[in-house]
Design a protein around this ligand. Structure first.
Ligand SMILES: [Zn+2]
Length: 188
């Protein structure tokens, strides 16, 4: 369900979801605020109020990414080229992956399942190599640490001390791809 929260001077849209978890959590999924609450939780206003500075900060980052997306250009690469590129990189990493899938995903660039299947968003074909490399490295580190916690980011930092910049660039490209990319041939 879509709702709105007033944060300082702007109204920010958000969605909620109830799950069998202990503590509520807030996340931004590719530019959209999402609140995950323990089943039966009734005080979402309190959570939103408590985190309003963080929400505002994230919302500003998103607005900035949207603006910057107007200046970037999509890379022209075929699906086959993308698949070849990614498979090659993963082979080089010598990490043990079960299966690798490519499909059009609506809210993320890639994901790793609990049985070590990697799925890549086919829309990565529009991204420069350095960002694809980052997405691969990010996912492979989820083999060691599933959550986006401090331990996970310290692994990412080994190769990408500036990983926050990469995450921001990914958001910029996310908006750009939503706007300009993603033709009907991108499904598979
Ligand atoms: Zn991740």
């Amino acid at each position: 369900m879509k709702k709105e929260v007033k944060t300082f001077d702007s109204d920010i849209e958000y969605t909620t979801d109830y799950r069998n978890i202990k503590y509520p959590r807030l996340e931004f999924r590719t530019g959209k605020l999402h609140l995950v609450l323990p089943i039966g939780h009734k005080n979402e206003e309190k959570i939103l109020k408590k985190h309003k500075n963080w929400i505002k900060h994230k919302d500003n980052e998103i607005k900035r990414a949207l603006l910057l997306s107007k200046k970037e250009k999509l890379v022209n690469r075929s699906q086959e080229e993308l698949k070849k590129y990614i498979l090659n990189r993963i082979n080089h990493s010598k990490k043990k992956i079960n299966k690798i899938y490519f499909k059009k995903m609506r809210s993320k660039w890639a994901s790793l399942s609990s049985n070590k299947n990697l799925t890549f968003n086919i829309l990565l074909k529009y991204l420069p190599n350095n960002l694809i490399d980052y997405v691969i490295f990010h996912e492979l580190n989820h083999l060691k640490e599933r959550k986006h916690n401090a331990a996970f980011w310290s692994l990412v930092k080994i190769k990408y001390p500036n990983y926050q910049e990469k995450e921001k660039e990914l958001l910029i490209y996310w908006f750009l791809v939503q706007e300009k990319g993603g033709d009907k041939n991108d499904t598979n």
